[in-house]
Write a protein that binds this ligand. Structure first.
Ligand SMILES: [Zn+2]
Length: 480
């Protein structure tokens, strides 16, 4: 529909990876047995008082700063009331009219800036587990409540409705994931629910400035789900508009199995959460000293890092993007270069061999048995001609298994490259003798035959021959 425009805004929730909960000392470890990480505060027992977790507050402000937000010099917390079994206090401590951060931006690869309206800190609710097929246990329905998640620190990041395509929304969410991981604020894991998002989407005629009926979409649990849900919804709304059907403001659930959204409940917006200031927490002031200290903790962020790799080391944009998307990968790569490897070679080894192998083993980089200096030493052995690039891959696999140095493996397995002309000449004579048809092909002008012959010599030497020397010596032998 060329005359229609899709308008999308995102509300992102980030569960912080602090050691303890936001208002009590309970552990935040994921996956523990239900209700083993609870106390009177996060169970909402009468008389229990919340105490702010400094680590959560620092992390929240850190994210606000990294999003280029204005940090409020003074902010407070409010009670948001609603009644639901996952919320034992019947109110959630959140921030209403004075969030700690406002007016930020996230810049997409296209250069388009998405405005961040506000970021606030709140506590998470517990989790309800609906047991049994169709919710039936012994003939009755049951929902079980697990309060381990109750009062976990949660950041809510609200964007302005600046997205015009589902792809932009998904890119923003990925950037948010990279950012919270870079800052160490959250693991950003969508499968475990550490990164969740709801979307507001409406369709209007191009040129219109008011928004159409706003539909909220929930239950999008992957980047792909976000794109699919928004694409489905944009098409559904465009269809309705072109048919002259009215669109209603509603909340819809995305169904990952069918790729469709369906109405969940009717008109929202009339919520009355009866917000009022949280009397058990005093307003917070952010001193210029704290702000300066937190600013100093912000690492070089992915976009800046990517630009630096391109400028400083001449890496292609794609490679620089892959290397910087993950902070541990970027730091590993930089350590390989610092240990003496050429940036371009180091980049190829980290991106293709290392990440490829770890991916195949389903292993995180932190568990890799090759230290950056060991990888640099392996690259050094190729550079000084001790081993060929092909043998280096064998050595690399052995390093990954054993954690041994490349030089040790090369010595133990006798993998030193053959650069002795006499030894190579003998192998070449033997190969030429066995492959008369290819020799004839080459002599009749079929240049491609040389590739086959080089391969045969490499095979005959167990891959240890220096390929450049084999090439030169072969040509010499064939010309004779
Ligand atoms: Zn607790």
């Amino acid at each position: 529909m060329p005359d229609l425009e899709t308008v999308i805004g995102l509300e992102t929730h980030v569960e912080m990876s602090t050691k303890s909960k936001v208002f009590c000392g309970c552990s935040t470890t994921f996956g523990s047995a239900p209700n083993t990480q609870v106390c009177p505060v996060c169970l909402g027992l009468p008389g229990a008082l919340p105490v702010m977790n400094q680590e959560a507050l620092d992390g929240a402000i850190l994210l606000g700063l990294a999003l280029s937000c204005t940090i409020a010099p003074r902010f407070k917390f409010d009670r948001k009331h609603y009644y639901y079994p996952d919320l034992p206090k019947n109110y959630q401590i959140s921030q209403y009219d004075l969030p700690f951060a406002e007016h930020g931006t996230v810049t997409l690869a296209s250069g388009k800036a998405i405005r961040v309206k506000r970021v606030h800190l709140e506590e998470d609710a517990g989790k309800l587990i609906h047991e049994g097929a169709g919710g039936q246990i012994g003939g009755g329905t049951a929902a079980l409540a697990d309060y381990n998640r109750s009062s976990m620190p949660l950041l809510e990041i609200v964007s302005e409705p600046d997205f015009r395509t589902p792809a932009e929304a998904s890119e923003y969410l990925k950037a948010m994931q990279t950012l919270v991981r870079y800052l160490g604020v959250s693991d950003g894991n969508m499968e475990e629910g550490s990164l969740r998002c709801d979307a507001n989407i409406s369709v209007r005629r191009r040129g219109e400035t008011t928004l159409g009926a706003k539909v909220e979409i929930k239950n999008m649990n992957s980047f792909r789900a976000v794109e699919r849900a928004l694409a489905f919804e944009a098409a559904r709304q465009a269809d309705a508009l072109s048919q002259g059907e009215p669109l209603v403001q509603e909340t819809r659930l995305f169904d990952d199995a069918t790729g469709e959204t369906r109405a969940m409940r009717g008109k929202e917006g009339a919520h009355d959460y009866r917000y009022f200031p949280e009397p058990d927490l005093l307003p917070f002031t952010v001193s210029p000293a704290l702000l300066a200290a937190l600013k100093a903790r912000i690492p070089e962020l992915p976009a800046a890092r990517q630009a630096r790799y391109m400028k400083e080391w001449g890496l292609p944009e794609y490679d620089a993007g892959v290397l910087t998307a993950d902070r541990p990968v970027a730091e590993y790569f930089e350590a390989v270069v610092a240990a003496g490897a050429a940036a371009k070679t180091a980049s190829n080894w980290v991106m293709t061999e290392l990440l490829g192998a770890l991916n195949a083993r389903n292993q995180p980089l932190t568990d890799a048995r090759i230290a950056p200096a060991q990888l640099a030493a392996l690259i050094g052995l190729i550079g000084d001609g001790t081993i060929s690039g092909k043998i280096a891959k064998t050595v690399f696999a052995a390093m990954l298994d054993s954690g041994k140095d490349a030089a040790v493996i090369v010595r133990e397995q006798g993998l030193v490259q053959i650069t002795d002309e006499g030894a190579l000449a003998a192998a070449i004579t033997e190969v030429l003798g066995r492959n008369a048809p290819s020799v004839a092909d080459y002599k009749s002008g079929k240049q491609a035959a040389i590739g086959f012959l080089v391969g045969q010599v490499m095979k005959a030497t167990g891959g240890k021959a220096n390929p450049q020397m084999v090439n030169t010596l072969l040509r010499k032998a064939l010309a004779a």
